[in-house]
Design a protein around this ligand. Structure first.
Ligand SMILES: Nc1ncnc2c1ncn2[C@@H]1O[C@H](COP(=O)(O)OP(=O)(O)O)[C@@H](O)[C@H]1O
Ligand SMILES: [Mg+2]
Length: 279
């Protein structure tokens, strides 16, 4: 059974003529790091809203087909129950942070579940270590930087131990250094916890070397979903109007000039070993 399954799923927001999602079929498995890529307006955020039942339960509209999370139909399972499986960090995490201080923020979800105080302490300790936020535990959410807010939002979700964590453009408001730190942190969490992380992200140079799979979206459709090596070597990827990683652009140009006939490498290390074998 797939962790996440979309079957002929369509969704149109109330008041819109166009479907924001058109005939989505996807099967997502456990223990994967997945990039969700596509132009602005292609439906990435809308797809993410389907993963904990916000669509179709919270956003008004019309749907066809179904989405299942760990076998549970998202129209028949409450958003709070689905949130046990899928934790989502939306854009602008500051809107998601509501408690007096960071420690309470992370404890909040567990307290709501009625978990004993001692266990809460243990769980908080672990996620605080992973996300490296020991020094800001007693700060208020508005006192900390954007990068720290992002870490706190991730810790608050991680502590609930979901099978899937989804992040919608988590580095959009961060400078390149903090963006790199957050993306590396997510990779570390994915590998350590063996969960599935799905990330919508424009910083291709940073993210591509780390992900296992890519889902490409355009105009409400998923154009393709597969391992990154497979996806980036397709014409679909070449023709999509998104930021391409520099490494990709260089090798793709060589390919188009018939000066390179292998699969395009996805990291600097891969490129170096490939070039060594070619000489
Ligand atoms: N809350 C909403 N109400 C109505 N239309 C929306 C809403 N959110 C997104 N849309 C529309 O759905 C389409 C897909 O948008 P979105 O999922 O935000 O794409 P992306 O995240 O890839 O930029 C766009 O046409 C957008 O205008
Ligand atoms: Mg979006």
């Amino acid at each position: 059974m797939s962790l996440i399954k979309f079957s002929n799923f369509h969704f149109r927001y109330k008041g819109n003529d166009e479907y924001a999602l058109k005939n989505i079929n996807l099967a997502i498995n456990s223990n994967r790091f997945i990039l969700l890529a596509g132009e602005t307006g292609s439906g990435k955020t809308t797809l993410i809203r389907c993963l904990n039942g916000l669509i179709p339960q919270f956003y008004a509209g019309y749907y066809k087909g179904y989405v299942e999370i760990s076998g549970k139909n998202t129209t028949k399972t409450s958003i709070s129950e689905l949130s046990n499986d899928v934790g989502i960090v939306f854009q602008n995490p500051e809107n998601q942070l509501i408690a007096m201080n960071v420690e309470h923020e992370i404890a909040f979800g567990l307290e709501n579940l009625g978990i004993p105080k001692e266990d809460i302490k243990e769980k908080i300790k672990e996620v605080v270590e992973i996300t490296e936020i020991e020094s800001i535990l007693d700060k208020a959410p508005f006192e900390i930087s954007g990068g720290e807010q992002q870490r706190v939002a991730i810790a608050s979700i991680l502590v609930l131990e979901p099978n899937v964590i989804v992040l919608d453009e988590p580095t959009a408001n961060l400078d390149p250094l903090f963006a790199k730190k957050i993306i590396n942190l997510l990779k570390k969490i994915q590998v350590e916890k063996k969960i599935t992380i799905i990330i919508s992200e424009h910083r291709m140079d940073l993210i591509l070397p780390l992900v296992d799979e890519i889902i490409l979206m355009k105009e409400g459709e998923t154009l393709t979903h597969g391992t990154k090596d497979k996806v980036i070597n397709t014409n679909i990827f070449e023709n999509l109007h998104i930021n391409k990683p520099k490494l990709y652009s260089i090798f793709n140009e060589l390919k188009n000039r018939n000066q390179f006939q292998y699969d395009i490498p996805v990291s600097i290390q891969d490129a170096v070993s490939l070039l060594k074998t070619m000489k």
